[in-house]
Every structure is written in C-alpha cells, then in structure tokens.
Design a protein around this ligand. Structure first.
Ligand SMILES: NC(=O)c1ccc[n+]([C@@H]2O[C@H](COP(=O)([O-])OP(=O)(O)OC[C@H]3O[C@@H](n4cnc5c(N)ncnc54)[C@H](OP(=O)(O)O)[C@@H]3O)[C@@H](O)[C@H]2O)c1
Length: 243
C-alpha cells in the first residue's frame, strides 16, 4: 500500500517557472519542508539563481517549455544530476488578454504551447522518471479561468480547462504509483495587476487576493497525500469559484 509522505525531507521536487512570483513561493515553501528543490526557469536567470540560493539548491535548469526537445533534455539532466524525481509542480504558464474575434494562430499557440502542451510533456517525462523509483507526485497549477469562462481570455481559459482534464486523465493513466492533482488559484495579485483583476478581488468572498504561500500550502498537501488522493482539483480562490 502507498504510504503518504509525512515528510518531504530530501525528496527531489522540480518546480517549473520557479524564478519569480507563485513558482518562487512554492519553491521556497518546499525548501522549508526540507525538499531538495529543483528550479526551472526560462529567461529569468538572475531571479532563478536567487531563488535557488535561497532554497539552498544547486539544481537549476533552463528550458524553453515551448519545445518538447528542450523538455526532454531537461528531464534527462534532472535524472542525471538529481538521481531521482519524487515531485513535479507544473507551474510555468502564460497569460494574455485578447478579444476572441482578434485571436490569431500565433496568439493561440503562444498560450497553448506553454500552458497545455508543455504541461503534458513535462508530466510524461516526469512520470517516466518516477516509475523508476516506484512512486511520484505531479501537481499542475491550473486556474480559476479553467473553471469559469472569462470572455477576453477564452484562449487562456481553454488551456487551463485542458490542464484540469489532463490532470484527471493522467491520474488514471499513471495510477497507482503516481498521483496527479491540480491547484486552481483565484486572483494572486502582484504589482502588475490590472483593473479587471482588482474587480475580481472586490467580488471575492474572502474580500482579498491570495498569496503565493496559500497556493504553496495546497501544493504541499498534494505532495504529501497518499495515492488515495488523485485526479482532484483544489480551488484556492477565496471562494470566487462559488459565484
Ligand atoms: N497570478 C495569478 O493571479 C494566477 C491566477 C490563476 C492561476 N495562476 C497560475 O499560477 C501559475 C503561476 O502564476 P504566475 O502569475 O506566478 O506566473 P507568471 O509569472 O506569469 O509565469 C511563471 C513563469 O512561467 C515561465 N514561463 C513562461 N513561458 C515559458 C517558456 N516558454 N519556457 C519556460 N518558462 C516559461 C516564466 O519563467 P521565466 O521568467 O524564467 O521565463 C515565468 O516566470 C501559472 O500556472 C498561472 O497560470 C496565476
């Protein structure tokens, strides 16, 4: 029987897009839990190095997640340098505002290549490594936008709804050794928040935006849970999805 990981101490967990913002918050929290955090970044090298230093890790990986060959190369390096992989947090993503009447093929691919295609291929590569040790945990960061329709973000909403269905389908495909779950954040504000984001915060039952630490709490829950918790979507949104 699969035992829950009561501790993440010494376990290797890769966080994609971990240089800044929510990914950085997840990485720091995992480090506090004693995990051996592997930091992925795309272009934010200086910030990624800072996050890695604060996490006390030398596991730092750069990859353009738009490219499956770069994803495969990164996971080969993770296997070589870390020796094993217990957890993957698929956090990296893109977010754009576009009128659906104006969305081009390039706009669509810009979002879906990272938000959905990369999530699938990172999960595939991670699962191959995890199967070698007999167990693993994958946590996909989706979004309230995958649960609720936002008119000017239809392309983004579709990508995140895809992440939610991927989570459920891969949970079945990778069971019983590997669990696949998803955290769906509501509004987690940073300095660049726009008026639409502020309006969403005003209508959030909790009467505030969330924090990276609150998203990280949910990630830690899924990483520690037994394989009896899989294919689940946990909204961390102050109740906004109840509307
Ligand atoms: N912030 C919110 O309010 C909110 C709400 C709901 C859901 N979420 C979800 O929560 C997660 C984190 O949100 P966030 O706002 O912190 O994200 P973010 O800052 O927009 O993006 C996180 C990281 O993704 C990486 N990334 C994007 N495209 C990449 C590519 N082609 N190759 C490699 N890395 C790439 C970037 O890394 P580099 O900088 O290194 O290039 C970026 O720092 C995302 O999945 C997001 O959809 C966020």
């Amino acid at each position: 029987m699969d035992k829950p990981a009561t501790s993440l101490r010494g376990k290797v967990v890769l966080v994609t897009g971990a240089a800044k913002r929510i990914g950085r918050g997840i990485a720091l929290r995992l480090s506090e839990e004693g995990a051996r955090v592997a930091i992925h970044y795309g272009s934010s090298e200086a910030e990624a190095r800072r996050t890695a230093a604060e996490c006390g890790t030398d596991l730092l990986f750069r990859a353009n997640l738009e490219r499956v060959d770069e994803i495969e190369r990164m996971f080969a390096e993770v296997g070589e340098r870390a020796g094993s992989l217990y957890g993957l947090v698929n956090n990296a993503a893109r977010f754009t505002l576009r009128d659906p009447l104006e969305v081009t093929e390039a706009d669509w691919d810009f979002i879906h290549n990272v938000n959905l295609k990369a999530v699938f291929f990172c999960a595939q590569q991670a699962a191959r490594l995890m199967k070698q040790s007999g167990h693993g945990r994958i946590v996909n960061i989706s979004s309230l936008g995958g649960l609720r329709p936002w008119a000017m973000h239809a392309h983004y909403c579709a990508s995140k709804a895809g992440v939610i269905m991927l989570t459920r389908a891969l949970a079945k495909a990778f069971a019983p050794e590997i669990t696949v779950n998803s955290v769906a954040p509501g509004v987690i504000p940073f300095l660049d928040i726009d008026e639409a984001g502020l309006a969403m915060i005003r209508s959030t039952p909790a009467a505030r935006g969330g924090t990276p630490e609150e998203v990280a709490d949910a990630v830690v829950y899924f990483l520690k849970a037994s394989n009896f918790v899989t294919g689940q979507i946990l909204a961390v949104d102050g109740g906004l999805s109840l509307k």
